[in-house]
Design a protein around this ligand. Structure first.
Ligand code: NAI
Ligand SMILES: C[N+](C)(C)CC(=O)CC(=O)[O-]
Length: 491
């Protein structure tokens, strides 16, 4: 069943939420009185379409529609999730929430993006206070998985569980805060760093660029993968956290910090910071910086995914959920009709698969075809358990033809045919498509081997039977154009 999300306030954060929902297959209804909102959301969505699908190695669901509404009442109609992202002023939040509740389904979740207000403050004067909770995201909402989910004391547990389930379904990480507090958890940390940084600039100790360098060349990278406490545990050496605390704890009482004071936010400070920021980053437009940020975030999260760690582990779990129940999960025996080429890859082109020519780079064609081969091997029973028992296939020869271009964010499908399958031999033909457009073909000859002797050997009877089943069925198909081609340069 199609799910509907209402986005009330479509600025930086509302636009990010709209993209997160739409790219996960939800229908999105937006209300924002700003005449520029449609244009701004279209730009955020374009960035999201380019970057977000590359987080997983399985394609996201088909994108949901985006509809701009002329009133809050129209936007919340039929919505099971309503995300309020209006400016951070309590009276604006209150009037918006009242308008939402006057029209929305009583069962819908109302999440507020507020960076600082407590849910009890948001709910004051509400007709159905139990429906409202804080769902505080991080910019860019379409890439960063964290959402601080802050219910008020005594809030309906079933609704909180439903909220968590829906957010998890969007590939997000709901961090359920047990107690409400001003600015939640993450913003308290960020505010502390922000305040101290303002002091460092105001006092002429460091420029905005030097402070950014202090973060991005060092502890920022560390934080992205282990956070604070785990990082410090490691820094305690073999004796761990206790040693770390006894060694560095007393430093907290040294005059290192001005964290309790806020520098005067006068014109001089604003001009000083803004001027340095212009000198540091003014050569780029905001949309350029957004794209640079997105490229880096996707590459970092994909690296963490490979390590099965932190935000990367979450991406892996989301990917498994996307794969569940699709043909990409089937086994050979589950494929009713083996007469057609088998779908082996269904994914988007990630940003880091593209090159200086602005399209998918050649090495990644081999990776995509290798993934298709791995998937086909798994399908016929040559899975991790079989390989651990000592048998596998080695590729002996590969021929790739690049037929057409493909760009970041595009969904590609690979369909695989068996040209020859019998005994030790497996001759595969992969075709890569974007929709109906043929992008590339891959022809691969593989031999079954014993991983002990490293020599060709017969596969298990089960694998042989599954391979033969496809080979015989595919033999009835016309021979694909390009089979057996070589690079025919004139000599
Ligand atoms: N910008 C950030 O880094 C983050 C902001 N937040 C929170 O998200 C919320 C929104 O912040 P931003 O998106 O940054 O602000 P923004 O200024 O970019 O967007 C606010 C949008 O709300 C619209 N708006 C104003 N009154 C409205 C109304 N009555 N009904 C519907 N829309 C209305 C405005 O036209 C504007 O497009 C705030 O509560 C903020 O604390 C949360 C996480 C990060
Ligand atoms: C600056 N801010 C308080 C609005 C930031 C956030 O709320 C979260 C973020 O994305 O850093």
């Amino acid at each position: 069943m199609t799910k509907i999300a209402a986005i009330i306030g479509g600025g930086v954060i509302g636009g990010g939420w709209a993209a997160r929902f739409a790219l996960n297959g939800w229908e999105v209804q937006v209300f924002d009185p700003d005449p520029q909102a449609e244009r701004k959301i279209a730009e955020v969505l374009a960035n999201a379409r380019r970057s977000m699908p590359g987080l997983t190695d399985v394609a996201l669901p088909a994108e949901g529609g985006l509809r701009f509404c002329t009133s809050i009442a129209q936007a919340v109609e039929g919505a099971v999730w309503i995300q309020e992202s209006v400016p951070e002023r309590l009276e604006v939040k209150h009037s918006t929430l009242a308008e939402i509740q006057a029209a929305c389904d009583a069962e819908a979740v109302i999440g507020s993006s507020t960076s600082g207000f407590k849910p009890s403050e948001l709910r004051a004067g509400s007709t159905r206070p139990d429906q409202i909770m804080v769902a505080h995201p991080f910019n860019p909402v379409y890439l960063l998985p964290l959402v601080e989910l802050v219910p008020a004391e005594g809030q309906d547990g079933a609704l909180v569980d439903r909220a968590k389930e829906l957010l998890t379904g969007l590939g997000m990480y709901p961090l359920h805060l047990r107690k409400e507090i001003d600015a939640h958890v993450a913003d308290r940390l960020l505010e502390a760093v922000w305040r101290e940084s303002l002091w460092l600039v105001k006092d002429g100790i460091a420029t905005t660029e030097e402070i950014d360098d202090a973060i991005r060349y060092g502890f920022g990278i560390r934080w992205a993968q282990m956070g604070l406490f785990e990082t410090y545990r490691v820094a305690g050496g073999e004796a761990g956290m206790k040693h770390f605390m006894s060694q560095f704890g007393p430093a907290l009482k040294w005059p290192w910090t001005k964290l309790m004071d806020v520098p005067e936010f006068d014109e001089t400070l604003v001009d000083l910071i803004a001027g340095q920021s212009d000198a540091q980053s003014g050569a780029y437009g905001i949309r350029d910086l957004e794209r640079i940020r997105d490229n880096n975030l996707v590459a970092m999260m994909r690296a963490l995914k490979q390590q099965d760690w932190g935000a990367g582990r979450l991406m892996k779990q989301h990917e498994a959920a996307l794969r569940a129940g699709t043909v990409l999960e089937a086994r050979a025996a589950d494929i009713d009709d083996p007469s057609q080429p088998v779908p082996t890859v269904h994914r988007a082109v990630p940003l880091d698969w593209t090159d200086y020519n602005g399209h998918m780079t050649e090495a990644k064609y081999l990776q995509a075809f290798a993934d298709a081969t791995d998937r086909f091997m798994e399908l016929i029973g040559c899975d991790a358990a079989y390989i651990a028992s000592g048998g596998s296939f080695f590729t002996a020869e590969t021929h790739i033809r690049h037929v057409d271009e493909v760009h970041a964010g595009a969904v590609i499908d690979i369909r695989t045919r068996v040209l020859l399958g019998g005994g030790k031999k497996m001759h595969l033909w992969h075709e890569m498509y974007e929709g109906d457009r043929l992008l590339a073909t891959g022809e691969h000859f593989l031999l079954h081997v014993s991983l002990e002797t490293r020599k060709p050997s017969d596969p298990s009877p089960k694998i042989a039977a599954a391979l033969t089943r496809f080979a015989q069925a595919h033999a009835a198909l016309p021979m694909p154009e390009g089979v057996g081609r070589f690079v025919g340069a004139p000599r």
